[in-house]
Design a binder for this molecule. Structure first.
Ligand code: AMP
Length: 289
């Protein structure tokens, strides 16, 4: 039986994927994708807006767009969003140093973090291109665990709860984080952290968007400016699993369990990378003492 959400309507999963040069499974290049989890009355507008988003993507107009609308049959899990920090780095070298320190603090082996950064920079797909979904890596060994290395794992069935939207938008815009990009990435990262990842690393394949992030239940969602050089059409996501973890239940939670965010864990004013690194070192010294 379909369940009602707090807003009084049945929830629908709306998913969009777009590619150029044919569908993804026929070798087309991934252009755009998005996921929503909405009351029925908002589905038609969301479909229109996602199609428009695919058509206007900076990577160029797709020749394949697929939108799937599906009623969600199970009660969504309600989770809080991760707290947001923005770290201002001057260049990819500095931003990636901060990323590596944060990943290590979440339990990712330094060689695994280096491997993940290298994979995103070189194109994580089999031919050195982008993927539609995320890589999975064992945090200790760096082994790739995603069942389909061309597609990766896609996080779906997640959104901000309708009753929390206004507050989430207000908190983000108070922190000058306007637009859908940060909000959608934060929603995704919050589900990934809830699902059991030790940490996540992401930067976009959009050549003009150079801010990426590292996220973890340990330190929240940390945006890093200049995590990739401007003009690069490569990017992606890596989810780090605890050493030896079976990826199957993790993938099931990411793809099949509906999740709604009930709010935000706070938005901190931007901090310089050098100050942030000192702060992490101080915190580590305090927790060792
Ligand atoms: P974007 O932040 O939309 O530019 O996406 C950057 C990369 O993250 C994409 O190329 C995909 O590899 C990956 N990605 C985007 N959306 C998802 C998702 N819902 N689940 C898993 N990986 C995703």
């Amino acid at each position: 039986m379909a369940r009602e959400n707090g807003d009084g309507g049945t929830l629908f999963s709306v998913r969009m994927r777009a590619a150029r040069g044919g569908p993804h499974e026929a070798g087309g290049r991934h252009v755009s994708g998005a996921e929503r989890l909405l009351p029925e009355r908002e589905v038609a507008a969301a479909v229109r807006s996602l199609v428009r988003r695919a058509q206007e993507h900076p990577l160029g107009a797709p020749d394949f767009i697929q939108v799937t609308v599906e009623r969600v049959e199970t009660e969504p899990v309600r989770i809080p969003g991760l707290p947001v920090t923005t770290v201002a780095a001057s260049a990819p070298g500095e931003a990636r140093r901060v990323a590596a320190v944060l990943l290590a603090s979440a339990g990712v082996a330094p060689a695994t973090a280096a491997r993940a950064i290298e994979a995103l920079a070189g194109g994580p797909g089999p031919g050195g291109g982008t993927m539609r979904g995320a890589m999975l890596m064992d945090a200790a060994t760096g082994a790739r665990l995603e069942p389909d290395p061309a597609r990766g794992v896609r996080v779906t069935r997640v959104d901000v709860a309708p009753e929390a939207r206004r507050e989430v938008t207000r908190s983000l815009s108070r922190g000058r984080l306007i637009g859908t990009r940060v909000r959608e990435a934060l929603v995704l990262a919050s589900k990934v952290a809830w699902a059991g990842a030790l940490a996540e690393l992401c930067w976009s394949d959009d050549p003009d968007y150079t801010t990426g992030y590292v996220a973890s239940p340990a330190f929240g969602y940390v945006r890093l400016t200049h995590l990739k050089p401007r003009g690069t059409p490569l990017g992606g996501r890596v989810f780090f699993l605890p050493p030896g973890a079976d990826p199957a239940p993790f993938v099931h939670r990411l793809e099949a369990v509906p999740v709604l965010l009930t709010g935000l864990g706070g938005v901190r004013p931007p901090v310089e990378a050098s100050d942030f690194l000192k702060e992490i070192a101080r915190d580590a010294a305090v927790s060792r003492a």
